[in-house]
Design a protein around this ligand. Structure first.
Ligand code: AMP
Length: 131
């Protein structure tokens, strides 16, 4: 069965889309750890990020770099933090999180945010404008 992220790519489940190319896709995390938290995913669905062939894997990070640069311009923050976890959704993804201090990269589910749809859309629009 297709992962929830493959269903997002297919347009079956809505998302706050940031960018897409032939091989990769980026969208806002629905429960961000910080405002602007974005997920970058390969369209080729595999659970584990280190199972891709090296070229495709390198392309994913190159795509993520573009997104992180736009996030950094759009969201006031010191840096964009990076994490690969993948314990919840078995479709490889990179978390890109605007942060000001080490503790901002905390994936404890109790601390994750639920923002109004309008604010999520505004955040997505700001990032997209910087691409
Ligand atoms: P993990 O697999 O542990 O790296 O976490 C998966 C991430 O995907 C979590 O941060 C979730 O909030 C996020 N997530 C799950 N479902 C959706 C969705 N439909 N749209 C956007 N983000 C999602």
């Amino acid at each position: 069965m297709a992962s929830i992220f493959s269903r997002i790519i297919a347009g079956e489940i809505p998302c706050y889309k940031i960018a897409e190319d032939e091989n990769y896709f980026a969208f806002l995390d629905i429960n961000p750890v910080q405002k602007g938290h974005t997920l970058v995913i390969p369209k080729d669905e595999k659970d584990y990020i280190f199972d891709y062939d090296p070229e495709y894997y390198a392309g994913l990070w190159k795509f993520a770099m573009k997104i992180a640069k736009a996030q950094k311009k759009a969201i006031p923050c010191k840096k964009i933090g990076v994490a690969v976890i993948g314990l919840e959704v078995p479709h490889a993804h990179i978390h890109l999180v605007p942060m000001n201090r080490e503790g901002d990269l905390d994936f404890d589910s109790a601390k994750k945010l639920t923002l109004p749809a309008e604010e999520m859309q505004q955040i997505a629009d700001k990032i997209v404008k910087e691409l």
